[in-house]
Design a protein around this ligand. Structure first.
Ligand code: PEP
Ligand code: MN
Length: 337
């Protein structure tokens, strides 16, 4: 930690901070300059948090050297983590595709989607049973009946399934039916939910909040790891910007950014990231090329009849066609498919 004192700070202010650092068990460094004093603290600066040095009246600024998260950090673990999901997991050298409708609407719809995404080469199926809708008047999902359909389709296809849960009760209800929980953008900072998921033995796909920074996303993941569940996949799904021609602005720089700072796998959701069907495939190719570990993509047997997100869903032939073109992009980034 580097602490810059205000120009009017006196010797006793320096002494006070130096002794605080020493008391915390870190090595203090005193660097008086011409105009102001700079103080260094060598050691695990996170111990200093409780002293609130930044709020000392004679402190101008505090620069932290270490990241505020630990367990998710690349400093903690140099190698890429592979998180359990189906046969091969998510992360490492593989590029995987999870596909399916935004919401489970019927057994027939889900079975059609499941069979088609499996035939096209997907490694997992998605489908929402509890839907976090912006309006209370929109379709809210099939709940438990939807979970049962997901389980049937998983058994039929042999593919693992992902579903979103919004609270602890839904997580416990969905536990026996699905292979991974999705924490949606709207719940990325629902810390009670993250804590609960940290205590369950289930893979979590944690989506970036629509106005969350990368550091906030990593801190949210830290909540889950801190409770003992190491199986977290991070998902970039676009952020809110001033641009209105797309639903969100897909921040693909998040992929190398997260990979630099964390060992956890990163996937991209180009469907919510753009909100426009025509932009989904190009952004999915770009996600593969920039080193993502996979994509999660919305596919519906009949998008024009979808209860939610039809405008950004590929139909089954569009998905099949897309999958045929995907491999070179993953290979270019050094991944296998
Ligand atoms: C979804 O995956 O259908 C969804 C609601 O995603 P997000 O939380 O990213 O909006
Ligand atoms: Mn959706």
């Amino acid at each position: 930690m580097i602490i810059v004192l205000r120009p009017e700070a006196e010797q006793r202010d320096s002494d006070e901070i130096l002794s605080l650092i020493e008391k915390a068990g870190l090595k203090p460094l005193y660097m008086p300059g011409v105009e102001r004093v700079v103080i260094g603290a060598i050691g695990d600066e996170r111990i200093l948090k409780k002293f609130h040095i930044e709020s000392h009246p004679m402190v101008e600024k505090v620069e932290e050297i270490l990241s505020p998260y630990k367990l998710v950090s690349r400093d903690m673990k140099k190698t890429d983590t592979v998180v359990p999901f189906g046969k091969d997991g998510i992360g490492g050298n593989r590029f995987i595709v999870i596909a399916g409708p935004c919401a489970v609407e019927s057994a027939a719809q889900m079975k059609k989607a499941g069979a088609a995404v499996k035939a096209a080469g997907a490694a997992g199926i998605r489908g929402g049973a509890y839907k976090p809708r912006s309006s209370p008047y929109s379709f809210q999902g099939m709940g438990l009946d939807g979970l049962k359909i997901l389980k049937d389709v998983s058994l039929e296809t042999g593919l693992p399934v992902v579903t979103e849960i919004m609270d602890q009760v839904e997580a416990e209800e969905a536990m026996p039916y699905v292979d991974a929980f999705q924490v949606g953008a709207r719940n990325m900072q629902n810390f009670r939910l993250l804590t609960e998921l940290g205590q369950l033995n289930k893979t979590v796909i944690l989506k970036r909040g629509m106005s969350a920074t990368i550091t906030e996303l990593l801190l949210a993941a830290e909540y889950i790891l801190n409770e003992g569940n190491p199986n977290v996949v991070l998902c970039e799904r676009g952020i809110r910007t001033f641009e209105t021609s797309t639903r969100n602005t897909l921040d693909l720089s998040a992929v190398p950014n997260i990979k630099k700072h964390s060992h956890l796998p990163v996937i991209v959701d180009p469907s919510h990231g753009t909100g426009v069907r025509d932009y989904v495939a190009p952004m999915a190719f770009a996600a593969a090329a920039c080193g993502a570990d996979g994509i999660m993509i919305e596919v519906h047997p009949c998008p024009q009849e979808a209860e939610s997100d039809g405008q950004q869903s590929l139909n089954l032939t569009q998905f099949e066609d897309f999958m045929k073109k995907l491999k070179p992009f993953a290979l270019a980034a050094g991944k296998t498919m």
